[in-house]
Write a protein that binds this ligand. Structure first.
Ligand code: SAH
Length: 396
């Protein structure tokens, strides 16, 4: 068994770890033996000397992220075992890179797969790996080797993309690049629809894999409707709306790069289809200026709140945004509205949308309450992992 630096907790601070919550806050720590550096492995003990966990230490309010609640050496065998478990779950969900109809999925969802700080998204035969902690960054080569061992022929490339997600103060320099393979095969398929993924320059790992099922639901409602896909990014909801026989689809995003990717993706699936137009514009400006033209609106903004202290502003933002949609959507219209902020609870979000509806005075009914798909599983001991919230509303 490897020996790691020891972290001793204050009396009565072990409860959350005994309930398998993987975060140890700095305020819970009594003392640290030795001088672990950020990203080093540490063993965590209770005040009475009881072993609690092994994890990566980090600087900040979360001081340790637990990898194991039983004594463990974090070596090649450990990564292989955890990745195998994650992969087995995706097989159970019938998600695999060898499915020509759907080869886009999340293979590793951080705490949801008992690998805090690590995200891996699969685009056909390419894995895009993202570290959110220095510990996962330090382990990236070992993780890449384990991915190759577990996925076998399904995996041809691993691209590491963590420049924007690692703690800025750790000052690690930009290590983004291929850890394996490197052949560019950038078309992925989701529910039979194709799209280019730009994992090198795009946002997140290149695509928002978490909206797959919600996009499929939108397709169901699209027939004959005039659709506004606000915050479209690479156009995910738009091509589902088109396949669902929408009358017209307008995609809007403030990023010109996102709009050019949307146009590329729409032509990949529906070449020369006159129903689609994309606009590079600010959401609030577009919504203020537009008429009462749409009867299906998607609002999928970026996380308005990344930290708890800006929660109130974020809720105001959701209220304002949804209020314009309620004011302008045609009678009989359907609104798909989302929040991906982890710190905004389901109740908070619903309350913000409720206030917006009340402000418009329209009759609004909830048709569906949406969340993230099963390849973004929520660890029951880490409820913070539930981040995506959506409502589908019928507006009279
Ligand atoms: N719905 C998308 C994901 C949206 S991510 C999908 O299914 O893939 C949020 C998007 O909002 C990003 O592409 C970002 O460029 C865009 N964005 C951020 N601020 C904006 C603003 N003020 N107006 C319009 N778009 C904005």
């Amino acid at each position: 068994m490897m020996k790691y630096h020891k972290v001793i907790l204050k009396p009565k601070k072990e409860d959350s770890l005994l309930r398998f919550h993987p975060w140890i806050f700095s305020g819970a720590i009594q003392s640290i033996e030795g001088k672990p550096e950020e990203g080093d492995l540490v063993e965590v003990y209770g005040s009475t000397g009881r072993f609690l966990a092994v994890g990566h230490c980090q600087i900040g309010s979360i001081a340790v992220r637990a990898l194991s609640f039983t004594p463990a050496t974090i070596d090649a065998g450990f990564w292989k075992e955890r990745i195998t478990k994650a992969y087995d779950l995706r097989k159970c969900l019938r998600l695999t890179g060898n499915d020509d109809n759907n080869n886009t999925y999340r293979l590793i969802h951080g705490e949801g797969d008992n690998l805090p700080g690590l995200i891996v998204d699969m685009y056909a035969h390419t894995a895009v790996m993202q570290a959110h902690s220095v510990g996962m960054h330090a382990a990236r080569h070992a993780i890449a080797e384990a991915l190759v061992a577990v996925l076998g022929a399904e995996l041809k490339n691993i691209y590491y993309k963590s420049d924007a997600t690692l703690p800025y103060k750790a000052d690690l320099g930009n290590e983004d690049g291929y850890l394996y393979g490197g052949e560019i095969e950038d078309i992925s398929v989701e529910n039979g629809l194709k799209f280019h993924v730009d994992w090198i320059k795009g946002q997140k790992t290149g695509f928002f894999v978490d909206q797959r099922e919600n996009r499929a639901l939108l397709e169901y409602y699209a027939e004959g409707r005039s659709v506004l896909n606000m915050f479209c990014y690479t156009g995910g909801f738009s091509f589902y709306a088109m396949r669902g026989k929408a009358r017209l689809v307008h995609s809007v995003d403030s990023s010109a790069k996102a709009i050019s990717l949307t146009n590329k993706n729409v032509s990949l699936n529906f070449p020369d289809d006159p129903r689609h137009t994309a606009y590079a514009d600010d959401a609030f400006k577009f919504l203020e200026r537009m008429g009462h033209n749409y009867d299906l609106i998607i609002l999928d903004p970026p996380a308005f709140a990344k930290h708890r202290n800006v929660l109130r502003n974020a809720l105001q933002g959701y209220r304002k945004l949804n209020a314009i949609a309620f004011e302008k959507i045609q009678p009989g219209g359907i609104l798909f509205t989302f929040s991906c902020s982890q710190v905004v609870s389901r109740e908070d979000f619903r309350l913000a949308v409720f206030s917006a509806a009340a402000q418009s005075g329209r009759s609004v009914r909830i048709l569906h309450q949406l969340t993230q798909p099963a390849d973004h599983p929520v660890n029951i001991y880490h409820p913070e992992g539930e981040y995506l919230k959506g409502l589908v509303l019928y507006v009279e």
